[in-house]
Write a protein that binds this ligand. Structure first.
Ligand code: CTP
Length: 400
């Protein structure tokens, strides 16, 4: 997808800059060329030499460099790429972009360019949540700047929250998404993905939920878009950022998820990765339940619709390929094979979600792909890699 594409990578000044070196490696492995621009802050974290060695090119740092201008003027530099990637995009770089400041080489390039821009923000959580950054982000998005991440997690400064730069492979997926939309193997195909948990109300303030993070479903949607599919993601409440190039529909309950999925038909492929609550409270209270010192409230549960089985059982508009997940804690493959037959889907991605595997909420996943003909045991992978491998497998299926 990125083979032969020219990227201009602007490395801002943040601790995440070291991950940008890995990003260069990943992009070059895939056949892209990368030209590096290092801000003064970026040069505090990675050296021009390491960036130059990995890009196998000169690294640009100065706005007023006579030799650089003689070789390639900064206006030309800003337009010599198919995509500009800013990673890490610091709060300062985002502010400069939003206000049109041109005070150094990076900001000048970003102002002078007519090339599309993808940013991977990285900063302290308070800086990320500050109204100034929130407003800058909204401005950039409105101007068509694509955004990947940031992720939630522990930060170099010791705090916890949003602000960790997206992982190199997630940024690669976003870049592939950008280019893939133009010419990927799933171009012209439609994909529908469910992700995350559902929240089933007990009363206006309480709900039943589960520990699903949405990481796997979001990664699948990102990967499908990366291969060019017109992708709709129907997601329950998660902290995952919207994947680049994906239409995202946010819902809360299983019934809302079903309605959104049915509205998303027809589609070529449907992948149900959501951890849909099996039950909801039969009649959620309209007012907050009070303790009142009386009897404990009895919650009567009723079954939620099965979205996967519903999609697989559609008569006229059944997706050509329906894929479910099987979250199991024992006899993983056998239970998954039975689930595939019971739900009427074509493939099941079976994963072990026993607490000691760390699958729920974690970044890794070890899965088995169960089809009518065979069982494929995949090696331990990150959820991003599982998404990419599954998307590739779907593309091969449609190509065959
Ligand atoms: N699923 C769904 N709608 C539901 C329940 C599950 O679409 N109401 C989908 C999930 O997205 C997943 C698959 O069904 O793709 C299997 O989910 P899982 O939780 O493993 O299975 P259950 O249906 O809950 O079956 P069991 O309780 O027997 O494990």
């Amino acid at each position: 997808m990125v083979d032969g594409k020219r990227t201009l990578l602007i490395v801002g000044g943040g601790i995440a800059a070291f991950k940008s070196l890995d990003l260069v490696r990943r992009l070059r492995e895939r056949g892209a060329t990368v030209r590096g621009v290092l801000t003064a802050g970026g040069a505090q974290f990675v050296t021009p030499l390491s960036l130059s060695a990995l890009t196998e090119d000169k690294v640009y740092q100065d706005l007023f460099s006579l030799t650089d201008e003689a070789e390639m003027g900064h206006i030309e530099l800003s337009r010599s790429a198919d995509l500009i990637v800013v990673a890490p995009a610091t709060a300062d770089l985002m502010a400069k972009m939003a206000t049109g400041s041109a005070s150094d080489l990076a900001s000048t390039l970003l102002l002078a360019t007519d090339t599309d821009v993808l940013i991977a923000p990285a900063m302290n959580v308070r800086m990320w949540e500050h109204p100034a950054t929130v407003a800058n982000l909204a401005t950039l998005r409105a101007r068509g700047v694509a955004v990947v991440g940031p992720n939630e997690g522990p930060m170099a400064c010791g705090e916890f929250g949003f602000g960790r730069m997206a992982e190199p492979l997630e940024i690669v997926a976003a870049i592939e998404g950008y280019f893939g939309a133009a010419d990927g193997p799933l171009k012209g195909r439609r994909a529908l993905v469910t992700s995350g948990p559902t929240h089933e109300p007990i009363d206006p303030v309480r709900y039943i939920a589960n520990r699903s993070s949405g990481k796997q479903g979001h990664a699948i949607a990102a990967a499908l878009a990366g291969l060019g599919a017109e992708t709709t993601l129907v997601t329950g409440p998660t902290h995952e950022p919207n994947p680049a190039g994906v239409r995202v529909i946010r819902i809360e309950t299983a019934r809302q998820m079903l309605a959104a999925c049915l509205a998303g038909l027809p589609t070529d492929v449907a992948i149900c990765a959501a951890a849909v609550a099996d039950w909801r409270v039969a009649s959620a209270a309209e007012q907050k339940l009070k303790k009142d010192g009386g009897a404990l409230p009895a919650l009567t549960l009723t079954e939620n619709p099965d979205i996967l089985a519903t999609l697989a059982g559609r008569e006229n508009d059944r997706p050509a390929l329906v894929i479910g997940f099987a979250a199991e804690t024992e006899n993983v493959v056998e239970h998954a094979a039975a689930k595939r037959a019971r739900k009427g889907c074509d493939w099941i991605v079976a994963n072990d979600v026993s607490p000691d595997t760390g699958t729920f909420g974690g970044d890794g996943n070890t899965v088995h792909l169960v089809t009518a003909e065979q069982v494929e045991d995949w090696p331990p992978l990150s959820k991003v890699e599982v998404g990419q491998r599954l998307a590739r497998r779907i593309a091969d299926h449609f190509a065959a």
